[in-house]
Design a protein around this ligand. Structure first.
Ligand code: ITT
Length: 199
């Protein structure tokens, strides 16, 4: 059985491969890079779930294969949930992780440690070429540091300290991050659905 990973974010691909393998999903995962002719999906939804479904449907339609997609981001309480679905382009240029993180830290410069609650959110979607769809969500709660720490992970990992942790996500091993992350939770919940739907 083959499944397309409807993401062009290499960091997500690496985490998804590990999470799905650890969950025992025995399918061939084809990267979206195998389909360069498929244009990037316009993320016009207003929720993580809507955008994840848009991406999964686009790849399923274009390839004729079942597709799974991830839409995710960082939601900051004191900013009313922003950057949220705009996390990848918070500073303007899509995927500029460093600029996004720096802008967010500048915006929060005057916010003290008691008021820096935030969470990562992830919607994991499965779409079939016949239009069948499923979506599940996961989150990781924590607080935001005043300065980045750690070299692991990607995106906002160096500033998010999970609840009950003394380290940032970027200081966790990949296994430790996947065990508690929004992405790990969402995709582990999707695995039984994938098994059921693919038979
Ligand atoms: P695809 O749409 O191709 O999957 P993308 O990077 O554009 O890739 P999103 O629109 O879902 O994906 O944006 C996700 C952004 O949220 C990502 O660029 C990071 O800034 C942030 N993010 C998501 N998961 C994260 C994680 O585990 N750690 C740190 N930051 C994360």
């Amino acid at each position: 059985q083959r499944l397309v990973l409807a993401t062009r974010n290499a960091n997500k691909v690496a985490e998804l491969r590990a999470i799905l393998a650890d969950a025992g999903l025995d399918v061939e995962l084809v990267g979206a890079d195998a389909y360069p002719q498929v244009p990037d999906t316009k993320e016009t939804g207003v929720t993580f779930a809507e955008n994840a479904l848009l991406k999964a449907h686009a790849l399923a339609q274009a390839t004729g294969l079942p597709a799974i997609a991830d839409d995710s981001g960082l939601c900051v309480d004191v900013l009313g949930g922003a950057p949220g679905i705009f996390s990848a382009r918070w500073a303007g240029r899509h995927g500029d992780d460093q600029a996004n993180l720096e802008l967010l830290l500048a915006q929060l410069a005057d916010i003290d440690s008691e008021h820096r609650a935030a969470h990562f959110a992830c919607a994991a979607a499965l779409a079939l070429p016949d239009g069948t769809e499923h979506v599940v969500e996961g989150r990781l709660d924590g607080t935001l540091r005043h300065a980045p720490e750690g070299d692991g992970g990607f995106g906002y990992d160096p500033i998010l300290q999970p609840e009950g942790e003394t380290r940032t996500c970027a200081q966790l091993t990949p296994q430790e991050k996947n065990a508690i992350s929004h992405r790990g939770k969402a995709f582990r919940a999707l695995v039984p659905v994938v098994r059921e739907v693919l038979g």
